[in-house]
Design a binder for this molecule. Structure first.
Ligand code: SF4
Ligand code: SF4
Ligand SMILES: [Zn+2]
Length: 273
């Protein structure tokens, strides 16, 4: 398998993967969504809440705040040696919130959560939690843990994780450059350059075939297909982990799961024999 990074920044990554097949691409996508762990608030002890929102709604809103994750310093609660329901310093982080609207109505934002670990903090300070009217208070202690997206979407480290076939577009000699395919393309993949049609952005093609259907030539002067075994993989992190780390963890998990699968098959076979 060959992997080429086409685009990359702190949050997003686009890869060109050659020599893979659909089951593997789908396994990678689903693993990034549902199996790569990240931190999220999982338990809240409300000490005082005189806001208009019930404790449960506030706890739910807190759970959905993405938290910067440090996978190397924390264990998943089920894998932690403490084996405690309450957790320990290796599987739990405490965050506190203590706000009072003294002067008038205020909005409480995620930036007001104080974490005991400076590496585990909200990815943004500007996520609203609740509005407090004058003299209302909100005091609570929240506990964040590592978890997996398959158990709750709050533990999903990606906002987008998709793949598509690598497109191929061919233009035949019978093309008279009428421009109809350029006009209809919803992704502006094609461009008219003088008396010629050129490909402006091949990666943007969704293989919708609109350009083929609109072509007045018979057979159509444009052909859209895809390369066997080549895929464009897009991943966008919620900022809890860098996209490269999510991909690394996802491939590690897929590898471990396949190893486990093979060893289970071997056990079943030897039982039969
Ligand atoms: S619609 Fe067909 S003939 Fe017209 S420019 Fe496109 S490929 Fe060429
Ligand atoms: S298949 Fe669809 S997206 Fe691709 S070039 Fe044709 S019209 Fe554009
Ligand atoms: Zn622990």
């Amino acid at each position: 398998m060959e992997i080429e990074v086409i685009e990359k920044d702190d949050r997003k990554m686009r890869l060109l993967i050659r020599g893979a097949d659909i089951p593997y691409m789908n396994a990678l996508r689903r693993t990034a969504l549902a199996e790569v762990p990240c931190m999220a608030i999982d338990e809240v002890v409300v000490i005082e809440n005189s806001s208009v929102l019930q404790d449960e709604i506030i706890a739910h809103r807190l759970g959905l705040i993405p938290l910067k994750t440090d996978l190397d310093s924390y264990n998943l609660p089920e894998e932690c040696s403490c084996k405690s329901e309450f957790g320990c310093n290796l599987c739990r982080v405490s965050l506190t919130l203590d706000v009072e609207a003294k002067e008038g109505t205020i909005t409480v934002y995620s930036g007001e959560l104080l974490s005991e670990d400076p590496n585990i903090t909200p990815v943004s300070d500007k996520i609203p939690i609740v509005r407090l009217a004058k003299e209302q208070k909100l005091r609570l202690e929240a506990y964040a843990r590592l978890g997996r997206g398959k158990n709750h979407a709050k533990w999903q480290p990606v906002s987008t994780c998709t793949y598509k076939y690598f497109p191929q577009i061919g233009l035949g000699n019978q093309c008279d450059a009428c421009g109809k395919c350029v006009e209809i393309c919803p992704r502006k993949v094609l461009i008219k350059a003088g008396e010629k049609i050129e490909i402006r952005d091949l990666m943007a093609c969704t293989l919708c075939q609109d350009c083929v259907d609109v072509c007045p030539m018979n057979p159509p002067a444009i052909e859209v297909s895809w390369k066997d075994g080549a895929f464009i993989f897009n991943i966008e992190s919620t900022d809890v982990l860098p996209p490269g780390r999510i991909m690394k963890e996802a491939t590690k998990i897929v590898r471990e799961q396949l190893k486990e699968f093979i060893s289970q098959v071997k056990v079943k076979r030897s039982e039969k024999d």
